[in-house]
Write a protein that binds this ligand. Structure first.
Ligand code: DLL
Length: 437
């Protein structure tokens, strides 16, 4: 472990405090947007002496980054930037992130720490099937694996048949990929008549999208590996902000020496106590190229006490505040529905939520596949019976009325990166309704 991982809480807090003072001053002096926001809030970097003073600073959000598109949030001149990534998001312009040479070194180091925390070693071969490109997953994992001294296999996403061939022939120990694409690769093993359980993989480091315990069980069971969770976001760095470590499973250790976490009430933006659920807000303590101060991630979680390391942990993510659907006044997260579907072992973790507004009310359809082993074996009546049971369970546990359509394995589109779980057809329904009028 790095020395700081086993430091005392006092040492960690002292390091965070001096780093916080430094980053707040750099942001204020180098980025006009921060200066304007801090001035408007009546706070000067000299006022930030302790970690508690952080809450005096304003929150920022994706919108602040978009307003300064593409490079307005960079805190160093372009001659010091060595890498640019971008996150597409679902609407509008992408958010752009710049890294100095030092930032890439820190990131590589934190990814190496994450892989090591998950149980990876220099002697391992790591198959990387996160996409390479503007997305931070591929290159983040790549540099981290190399920094650890492992043998990196830079496959990137897509070409699923070839993924299977490389796993079979190169016998990697570790795979890093989105959990939904891992399942697509597992299915491809089956399609080629190969046993995925017998493959060489011992450990999977999965992230970039929410995945519940049902998905975890399915992946572990189908591939015979240990599946651990990795968290991160491009605006803050990329993957490697927090890692579920093999000696502290169930929550992710937050690398607090480089990122300071807060949880706020998503409605008011006010901090809540450790242990309470809310929106994760992150301040980068060491980033040079594009520091972020009190960045609203929209990710929902809670802070948990440290275990084997000095750093606090975050609960596995339950979703994003902007993923929340409001169906006839009921707040629904895709993860709530996923958890209900996972209770029936005839169903696979492949599902899609379709939202429509045929008249004035929203309707939610849930499409879910049966397991591959049941392909073609259930009658229409049996599928309808499972659907009816699920509609009842979703009503009881998630409080929303849905129509559940149970479909054959392979019906729903597979993603090669982040899975799309919600198809919002409300705008389309409104257009077709007005065309009818
Ligand atoms: O997804 C970085 C990443 C790559 C993380 C590979 C892990 C592995 P973005 O594309 O900017 O960056 O998307 C960030 O993805 O705010 C979360 O909503 C979601 N997310 C990331 N990791 C997890 C996770 C990368 N482990 C957004 N569980 C974040 C749930 C996650 N959601």
């Amino acid at each position: 472990m790095d020395a700081i991982e086993t430091a005392s809480i006092d040492e960690l807090r002292a390091l965070q405090t001096s780093r916080l003072r430094d980053v707040v001053r750099r942001a204020y002096e180098q980025v006009p947007h921060y200066k304007a926001k801090f001035d408007a809030a009546g706070v000067h970097p000299d006022d930030i002496r302790h970690l508690d003073d952080l809450r005096r600073l304003p929150l920022i959000a994706k919108e602040d980054l978009r307003q300064n598109y593409p490079f307005g949030m960079f805190a160093v001149p372009m001659d010091q930037i060595v890498r640019i990534h971008a996150s597409s998001g679902t609407t509008g312009k992408p958010t752009v992130c710049g890294y100095t040479k030092g930032d890439i070194e820190t990131w590589s180091h934190l990814m190496a720490r994450s892989i090591r925390g998950a149980g990876g070693r220099a002697s391992d071969k790591i198959h990387i099937a996160y996409g390479y490109g503007l997305f931070t997953g591929g290159l983040g994992a790549h540099y981290g694996g190399e920094c650890l001294g492992a043998a990196v296999i830079p496959v990137s996403g897509g070409f699923t048949e070839r993924q299977v061939q490389i796993i079979t022939d190169f016998t990697p120990d570790i795979i890093m990929v989105t959990p939904s694409y891992m399942l697509a690769i597992a299915e491809e093993f089956g399609r080629q008549g190969l046993d995925a359980r017998g493959c060489s993989l011992r450990l999977g480091i999965f992230g970039a999208e929410p995945w519940g315990t049902g998905m975890r069980d399915e992946i572990e069971q189908r591939l015979g590996l240990e599946a651990l969770d990795i968290y991160g976001l491009s605006e803050v760095m990329g993957p490697g902000v927090a890692q579920e470590c093999s000696d502290s499973k169930g929550a992710l250790t937050f690398w607090e020496d480089h990122f300071f976490p807060e949880i706020v009430d998503p409605a008011t933006g006010l901090p809540v106590a450790d242990g309470e659920q809310g929106e994760l807000v992150i301040t980068t303590l060491t980033k040079q190229g594009m520091p972020v101060i009190r960045y609203r991630t929209r990710d929902l979680t809670r802070l948990l006490p440290p275990t084997t390391r000095a750093m606090r942990r975050i609960d596995r993510l339950s979703g994003r505040s902007d993923d929340m659907l409001i169906i006839r006044g009921v707040n629904v997260f895709p993860s709530n529905i996923e958890a209900v579907l996972a209770r029936d072992d005839r169903l696979a973790p492949h599902y899609l939520l379709e939202v429509r507004r045929p008249g004035s009310l929203d309707e939610l359809d849930v499409l879910v596949e049966t397991r591959t082993a049941l392909a073609g074996q259930l009658t229409g009546a049996e599928l309808a019976e499972i659907g009816a049971r699920m509609e009842h369970a979703i009503k009881v546990f998630a409080g929303v009325t849905t129509k559940v359509r149970v479909v054959e394995p392979g019906t729903l589109e597979r993603s090669q990166g982040k899975a799309k779980r919600v198809l919002d057809l409300r705008a389309a329904s409104a257009i077709s309704a007005s065309a009818r009028r």
